[in-house]
Design a protein. Structure first.
Length: 308
């Protein structure tokens, strides 16, 4: 059994660690609310952009915009793909970054296994450190975005990729990020942002049709727009905006997911530290009691020896 003095030092050390993890948990919790607000604010805007593009889309217009250019043969082989991986700059968040890196590696293996050429672009120190250690070439890297990404950050990331795609130097652009469902559910996700996917069947005529799924008979409603100056001019502005918004959503969702993972990890660490302190305190009490008992026995033995 360890000596009481050693146990006191260990208890003090774990108490200090618990103070740090508790503080980090509180900080992550306070930041998480603002990050969640950014995610919630970004989703309706993205949905509205997608809806307008779907309403304006037609096969004739699609031929005029490079961002809508689909692969000619529909296969992955011989394609040039840019993969953007978004990780965090900091750790202490459980398996958050490891899951993102694993998803990126699986996607790279799948693309290269199909014959594609993959250029890796990384946001975040954790992803950069891993792939440098793995000696994987990195086309570009960013570590200055942090927990508060902006639309300007998204534009800086995706504008060069859009230019390469429009020029024909790339055939596809994909993003690996953490989809924020809740503070405890942040699965790694692969999203293809280029080429822009055409709308679903039934919306290729430039009209928006909605079908009621209630118990009442189905009712189809078509909304027609008066376009000024033209659908082509509007799409020319909306398509780059839509792609930038997709990257912005990936950034804000990953930032919120990181804070959720960090809060969970720090809460678990705080709880574990409390259990360790409780265990060490009981061990210390037993050791101290044994020491006192031994000292009493020695005093009684010495007194008896003096009597004899």
């Amino acid at each position: 059994m360890a000596k009481p003095r050693e146990l006191r030092r260990r208890i003090k050390s774990v108490q200090n660690t618990r103070k740090i993890t508790k503080t980090m948990e509180l900080v992550a919790t306070s930041k998480l609310k603002r990050a969640q607000d950014r995610v919630v604010a970004a989703r309706p805007y993205a949905a509205a952009l997608a809806e307008v593009i779907g309403d304006l889309y037609s096969p004739e217009l699609a031929e005029r915009f490079p961002l809508l250019r689909q692969p000619t043969d529909g296969t992955v082989g011989s394609q040039r793909v840019a993969l953007l991986l978004i990780t965090s700059n900091r750790g202490l968040c459980g398996a958050f970054n490891a899951n993102l890196i694993r998803e990126a590696r699986h996607r790279i293996d799948a693309l290269e296994g199909a014959g594609a050429t993959v250029a890796l672009h990384i946001v975040g120190k954790k992803g950069i450190t891993f792939f440098k250690f793995a000696k994987r070439p990195i086309a570009s890297q960013r570590t200055d975005i942090g927990d508060k990404p902006t639309a300007a950050h998204a534009a800086e990331l995706v504008e060069p990729l859009m230019a390469q795609f429009s020029a024909g130097a790339l055939d596809a652009v994909e993003v690996v990020f953490a989809q924020f469902r809740s503070a405890v559910s942040t699965p790694p996700t692969v999203l293809r942002i280029l080429p822009v996917t055409p709308p679903a069947e039934g919306r290729t005529d430039g009209r928006m049709e909605r079908e009621s799924h209630s118990n009442r008979p189905s009712v189809h409603r078509s909304t027609f727009y008066i376009l000024k100056p033209s659908a082509e001019a509007i799409l020319e502005q909306l398509l780059p905006l839509y792609v930038r918004n997709q990257v912005y959503r990936a950034l804000v969702e990953t930032a919120a997911a990181f804070l959720g993972a960090q809060r969970t990890a720090m809460k678990n660490a705080t709880d574990n530290a409390g259990e360790i302190i409780e265990l060490l305190q009981r061990t210390y009490n037993r050791a101290r009691q044994a020491q006192i008992t031994q000292e009493i026995a020695e005093i009684v033995g010495g007194a008896e020896a003096l009597k004899g």
